[in-house]
Design a binder for this molecule. Structure first.
Ligand SMILES: [Zn+2]
Length: 344
């Protein structure tokens, strides 16, 4: 994450959402309207004895789905995420103590995440870019299920600052997104929308990687992205209250309702242009994200594995998974009643 006073002041202001994006009403409302329709559909199907309708193909966007129920992700154990964080710490230790843009620890971080995703069956791609005389990379992974014209995107920056290993900022978000993706693969998740995951380079130098990615997306590809969720600094130990980006109200409520159901306190958070969600907001994509509490080792040498709390990063990762499952629309088990109230 960028500091409060930084290059972000020089970033272009958020462009107003193009009409084509406004017309796509927020993804959550759609999903929950679908849930209501789906439940009505079940009642009807039972009444007329057409249970076979439930087995139909995934519906076109906006149509009442044949599937009646949405599933929740499995609980992701803290150890799954800590395993990645220990790898990022080891990568920094082997590469001069950091994972910064243009340094070998960054490329080693990319290679680690990519190898995990490739082994799990993702379609991955590396997008190189050049900044300050060094090559950086964005890593993008698509889960091959659901409608490729409706993309739900989760992302995190993978680079750190030169001062330290960058474990809370932002191995934590990188690991949260990675473990969410691996859980998608492990459960062989069937989604209605396409799930895409991104790890951005050179965020700490001014959102360079994510701006490069969005800036090079053709207009037709931009409009396919229905939501972007950002995970930057999600593991600070001693966190009591989670910040929820207040950019898109429906996405914010989705996170708030999730945390409330877990008894976790939240606060609305306006982080402006200080992380990669801004690159997506600037092209008209509805965005939100979460962050953990105060980090005494922000951009410092002490941002090591000892700077994160296992339970904190697990809470964040389970919120990320909740977002992925909810927004992408998954079949299997019942959507919690609490979520249905979002439809109002
Ligand atoms: Zn940072």
């Amino acid at each position: 994450m960028l500091p409060v006073r930084s290059a972000h002041g020089a970033l272009p202001p958020a462009a107003p959402a193009p009409q084509s994006c406004r017309r796509h009403t927020p993804a959550i409302r759609r999903i929950h309207m679908k849930s209501v329709k789906a439940l009505l559909g079940v009642v009807l199907a039972l009444l007329v004895g057409v249970a076979g309708a439930l087995l139909g193909p995934a519906p076109a966007f906006g149509a009442a789905p044949a599937r009646a129920e949405l599933s929740a992700p499995p609980q992701i154990p803290a150890e799954n995420i800590m395993r990645h964080l220990r790898q990022f710490q080891a990568i920094a230790d082997r590469n001069g103590g950091n994972r910064a843009h243009g340094r070998p620890g960054y490329r080693a971080s990319v290679d680690y995440v990519k190898s995990q995703l490739d082994a799990a069956g993702f379609r991955t791609s590396l997008q190189p870019f050049s900044y300050r005389g060094a090559t950086g990379w964005n890593l993008i992974a698509d889960w091959p299920s659901g409608d490729p014209n409706q993309v739900v995107f989760l992302g995190a920056h993978l680079d750190g600052v030169p001062a330290g290993p960058g474990i809370n900022d932002n191995a934590s978000g990188s690991a949260a997104v990675l473990e969410t993706a691996l859980t998608v693969a492990r459960t062989n998740l069937k989604t209605q929308k396409r799930l895409r995951f991104g790890w951005w380079g050179a965020e700490e130098l001014g959102l360079i990687g994510s701006r490069y990615y969005t800036g090079n997306l053709p207009a037709a590809e931009r409009s396919k992205i229905k939501a972007y969720l950002n995970f930057d600094m999600v593991g600070a130990k001693n966190t009591r209250t989670w910040g929820v980006y207040n950019d898109d109200p429906n996405l914010r409520r989705m996170f708030e309702n999730h945390f409330r159901s877990k008894g976790v306190q939240t606060r609305p958070m306006n982080i402006g242009g200080r992380s990669d969600h801004a690159s997506f907001k600037n092209i008209g994509v509805p965005v939100s994200g979460i962050a953990s509490g105060n980090d005494p080792c922000y951009h410092a040498r002490c941002d090591t594995i000892n700077n994160v709390g296992a339970n904190v990063v697990a809470t964040s990762t389970n919120a990320a998974a909740h977002g992925a499952w909810t927004l992408a629309g998954t079949a299997g088990s019942r959507l919690p009643g609490r979520e249905l109230r979002l439809a109002s």
